[in-house]
Ligand binder design. Structure first.
Ligand SMILES: Nc1nc2c(c(=O)[nH]1)N[C@@H](CN(C=O)c1ccc(C(=O)N[C@@H](CCC(=O)O)C(=O)O)cc1)CN2
Ligand SMILES: [Mg+2]
Length: 288
């Protein structure tokens, strides 16, 4: 039976590290994260509450700007402009997905790159892909932290990523590549998915299809990371059929309690890194 990679535990440790660092800096001031939520998508509202709660718990000021689903692009961009200009705001995040009438690209590009805690702004994407230090998107950064915590080596391994979203798949592939893995990226148009996934020493699945990956898709002894979250028949499941795959592999993330909590913990890390940098409190060495 596989080792179950405890994202909740690793997230708690990361948060504690950030909390201690913020405590040390408390005499200088309090960093602030603002999460913009548009509309009432129930899952988004719950993630946003989780982000605010975690921010407050570790000593950040966490604020939610809740805008109606009917907000115009002009109004939303105006809110972002105000946050960009506010010297007390260190991190800005717009919860995705947005209602259909709003263009995600335009909105993301409006966020000041130095406050872009999601690492979604094209300037930060470009910096990351060029190997210039910037903050990485929270989910793939959390997955790298999880692999590191469990001392699961990446260099020289064959990593297969299923999914090519800007939030997870693409940055995940790039992070694994920069950690010296050999990387294959599969997606919804890949024929014979199993031909590729069975070669994976590390398999990261972010396809958005419940139970897509079964025992027949994995190599015995692989490390499997499941990014999917779906509500099926009143319970949460991932993109991986956990019961079928766990007996075959070396290590696997559960859903819930795997990747999700790490996404939130990494958001705190990114906020602190950008806040320290913007306020001149020291570089990355200062909070480690
Ligand atoms: N602006 C952003 N939007 C979205 C992101 C993002 O990183 N930035 N990622 C996802 C959603 N997401 C964070 O926003 C997120 C998803 C899941 C979890 C989480 O903790 N999941 C729990 C289960 C929670 C539940 O009961 O539903 C788990 O996996 O254990 C946190 C954050 C899309 N949008
Ligand atoms: Mg995809």
């Amino acid at each position: 039976m596989a080792v179950v990679l405890d994202g909740k535990q690793v997230a708690a440790e990361l948060q504690d590290k950030v909390r201690r660092q913020l405590e040390r800096m408390a005499p200088k001031g309090r960093l602030k994260l603002v999460v913009v939520l548009v509309g009432d998508h129930p899952a988004s509202a719950s993630y946003v509450r989780g982000k605010q709660r975690t921010a407050e718990k570790i000593g950040l000021a966490g604020e939610v700007r809740h805008l109606p689903a009917s907000v115009t692009a002009e109004e939303l961009l105006g809110v972002i402009d105000t946050l960009n200009a506010d010297p007390d705001v260190d991190g800005i995040l717009v919860q995705l997905p947005l209602p259909a009438h709003l263009d995600e690209r335009t909105v993301i590009e409006r966020i000041a790159p130095e406050k872009d805690v999601d690492g979604f702004h094209p300037l930060n994407v470009g910096r990351n892909f060029a190997g210039v230090p910037a903050v990485w998107p929270c989910t793939p950064a959390g997955i790298m932290a999880l692999l590191e915590h469990y001392r699961l080596p990446v260099a020289g391994r064959h990593a297969v990523v299923v999914g090519r979203s800007n939030i997870v798949g693409k940055p995940m592939a790039q992070m694994l590549l920069q950690a010296d893995a050999t990387v294959t990226v599969c997606h919804s148009k890949t024929p014979d998915l199993g031909v590729h996934t069975r070669q994976a020493d590390i398999l990261v699945v972010a396809a958005g299809v419940p139970g897509l990956i079964g025992a027949e898709h994995v190599k015995p002894g692989a490390v499997v990371v499941d990014v999917g979250i779906h509500r099926v028949d009143g319970r949460l499941v991932g993109d991986v059929d956990f019961e079928a795959v766990a007996p075959v592999v070396q290590a696997i993330t559960p859903v819930p309690g795997g990747v999700g909590p790490l996404t939130v913990a990494m958001l705190m890390v990114n906020t602190v890194r950008l806040g320290f940098r913007r306020r001149g409190w020291g570089g990355d060495e200062a909070w480690q």
